[in-house]
Design a protein around this ligand. Structure first.
Ligand code: DQA
Length: 141
Protein backbone atom coordinates (compact mmCIF):
# COMPACT_ATOMS: atom_id res chain seq x y z
CA UNK A 1 0.00 0.00 0.00
CA UNK A 2 1.26 3.46 -0.92
CA UNK A 3 -0.04 6.45 1.04
CA UNK A 4 0.36 10.11 0.18
CA UNK A 5 0.20 12.57 3.09
CA UNK A 6 -0.46 16.13 1.92
CA UNK A 7 -0.10 19.19 4.14
CA UNK A 8 -1.25 22.64 3.16
CA UNK A 9 -0.09 26.19 3.86
CA UNK A 10 1.72 27.22 7.04
CA UNK A 11 2.02 23.68 8.36
CA UNK A 12 5.74 24.03 7.59
CA UNK A 13 5.66 26.67 10.37
CA UNK A 14 4.66 24.19 13.09
CA UNK A 15 6.69 24.83 16.22
CA UNK A 16 6.76 28.55 15.40
CA UNK A 17 3.16 29.42 14.55
CA UNK A 18 0.50 29.89 17.27
CA UNK A 19 2.06 27.40 19.68
CA UNK A 20 -0.92 27.69 22.04
CA UNK A 21 -3.02 26.09 19.26
CA UNK A 22 -0.61 23.88 17.33
CA UNK A 23 1.98 22.99 19.98
CA UNK A 24 5.76 23.28 20.07
CA UNK A 25 6.61 20.37 17.80
CA UNK A 26 8.02 21.28 14.39
CA UNK A 27 7.11 20.19 10.86
CA UNK A 28 10.27 18.03 10.88
CA UNK A 29 8.85 16.32 14.00
CA UNK A 30 5.56 15.74 12.17
CA UNK A 31 7.35 14.24 9.17
CA UNK A 32 9.33 11.92 11.45
CA UNK A 33 6.10 10.90 13.23
CA UNK A 34 4.38 10.10 9.92
CA UNK A 35 7.39 8.09 8.69
CA UNK A 36 7.58 6.14 11.98
CA UNK A 37 3.86 5.39 11.71
CA UNK A 38 4.30 4.15 8.13
CA UNK A 39 7.19 1.92 9.20
CA UNK A 40 5.11 0.51 12.07
CA UNK A 41 2.18 -0.18 9.73
CA UNK A 42 4.50 -1.46 7.00
CA UNK A 43 3.10 0.85 4.36
CA UNK A 44 4.94 3.11 1.97
CA UNK A 45 4.42 6.83 2.49
CA UNK A 46 5.21 10.01 0.58
CA UNK A 47 4.97 13.23 2.61
CA UNK A 48 4.32 16.49 0.77
CA UNK A 49 3.76 20.09 1.88
CA UNK A 50 3.05 23.24 -0.09
CA UNK A 51 1.84 26.75 0.61
CA UNK A 52 0.35 27.01 -2.89
CA UNK A 53 -3.14 25.89 -3.87
CA UNK A 54 -2.28 25.00 -7.49
CA UNK A 55 0.75 22.99 -6.40
CA UNK A 56 -1.51 20.98 -4.08
CA UNK A 57 -3.95 20.42 -6.97
CA UNK A 58 -1.04 19.28 -9.19
CA UNK A 59 0.14 16.86 -6.50
CA UNK A 60 -3.33 15.32 -6.14
CA UNK A 61 -3.59 14.93 -9.93
CA UNK A 62 -0.14 13.30 -10.08
CA UNK A 63 -1.31 10.71 -7.53
CA UNK A 64 -3.79 9.30 -10.04
CA UNK A 65 -2.93 5.67 -10.78
CA UNK A 66 0.06 5.71 -8.41
CA UNK A 67 -1.29 6.14 -4.88
CA UNK A 68 -3.74 3.92 -2.97
CA UNK A 69 -4.97 6.49 -0.43
CA UNK A 70 -4.49 10.14 0.46
CA UNK A 71 -4.32 11.66 3.95
CA UNK A 72 -4.77 15.41 3.64
CA UNK A 73 -4.61 18.39 5.95
CA UNK A 74 -5.36 21.21 3.51
CA UNK A 75 -4.89 23.75 6.35
CA UNK A 76 -6.48 27.11 5.45
CA UNK A 77 -7.43 25.84 1.97
CA UNK A 78 -9.82 23.45 3.74
CA UNK A 79 -12.22 26.33 4.16
CA UNK A 80 -11.84 27.99 0.75
CA UNK A 81 -10.69 25.61 -1.96
CA UNK A 82 -13.23 24.15 -4.34
CA UNK A 83 -10.20 23.39 -6.59
CA UNK A 84 -8.77 20.94 -4.04
CA UNK A 85 -12.22 19.38 -3.54
CA UNK A 86 -12.58 18.95 -7.31
CA UNK A 87 -9.07 17.47 -7.64
CA UNK A 88 -9.82 14.88 -4.92
CA UNK A 89 -13.08 14.01 -6.67
CA UNK A 90 -11.38 13.87 -10.07
CA UNK A 91 -8.74 11.30 -9.06
CA UNK A 92 -11.29 9.42 -6.91
CA UNK A 93 -8.57 8.08 -4.59
CA UNK A 94 -9.82 7.15 -1.08
CA UNK A 95 -9.08 10.12 1.10
CA UNK A 96 -9.07 11.05 4.80
CA UNK A 97 -9.10 14.57 6.24
CA UNK A 98 -6.90 15.50 9.19
CA UNK A 99 -6.79 18.66 11.31
CA UNK A 100 -4.50 19.15 14.27
CA UNK A 101 -7.01 21.41 16.02
CA UNK A 102 -10.74 20.98 16.50
CA UNK A 103 -11.91 23.29 13.72
CA UNK A 104 -15.54 22.88 14.83
CA UNK A 105 -14.72 24.77 18.03
CA UNK A 106 -12.87 27.69 16.42
CA UNK A 107 -14.01 30.62 14.25
CA UNK A 108 -17.17 30.12 12.19
CA UNK A 109 -15.24 30.34 8.90
CA UNK A 110 -13.35 27.17 9.87
CA UNK A 111 -16.58 25.17 10.17
CA UNK A 112 -16.91 24.52 6.45
CA UNK A 113 -14.57 21.96 4.90
CA UNK A 114 -14.64 21.71 1.12
CA UNK A 115 -11.92 19.04 0.91
CA UNK A 116 -13.70 17.10 3.65
CA UNK A 117 -16.65 16.61 1.29
CA UNK A 118 -14.46 14.28 -0.80
CA UNK A 119 -13.10 12.39 2.22
CA UNK A 120 -14.49 9.15 3.63
CA UNK A 121 -12.93 9.60 7.08
CA UNK A 122 -12.16 12.59 9.30
CA UNK A 123 -9.68 12.86 12.18
CA UNK A 124 -10.12 16.27 13.74
CA UNK A 125 -8.52 17.84 16.80
CA UNK A 126 -6.27 14.90 17.67
CA UNK A 127 -2.92 16.61 17.04
CA UNK A 128 -0.24 14.46 15.38
CA UNK A 129 -2.23 11.36 16.41
CA UNK A 130 -4.87 12.24 13.79
CA UNK A 131 -2.33 11.43 11.05
CA UNK A 132 -1.59 8.05 12.66
CA UNK A 133 -5.31 7.27 12.98
CA UNK A 134 -5.90 8.16 9.31
CA UNK A 135 -2.98 6.00 8.20
CA UNK A 136 -4.18 3.10 10.39
CA UNK A 137 -7.65 3.50 8.89
CA UNK A 138 -6.29 2.85 5.39
CA UNK A 139 -3.78 0.20 6.45
CA UNK A 140 -6.61 -1.81 8.05
CA UNK A 141 -8.99 -1.38 5.12
C1 DQA B 1 -5.64 23.32 10.47
C2 DQA B 1 -6.89 24.15 10.79
C3 DQA B 1 -7.09 25.22 9.75
O1 DQA B 1 -8.27 25.98 10.04
C4 DQA B 1 -5.90 26.17 9.74
O2 DQA B 1 -6.06 27.13 8.71
C5 DQA B 1 -4.61 25.46 9.63
C6 DQA B 1 -4.42 24.19 10.33
C7 DQA B 1 -5.37 22.28 11.57
O3 DQA B 1 -4.61 21.36 11.30
O4 DQA B 1 -5.86 22.40 12.70
O5 DQA B 1 -3.66 25.97 9.04
O6 DQA B 1 -5.88 22.61 9.27
Amino acid sequence: MKLLVINGPNLNMLGIREKHLYGAKTYEDLKAFIQETADRLQVEVEIFQSNHEGVLVDKIQEAYGKIDAIVINPAAYTHTSVAILDALKAVNIPCAEVHLTDVSKREDFRKISYAGMACEAHFIGLGFEGYAKAMEYFAQK
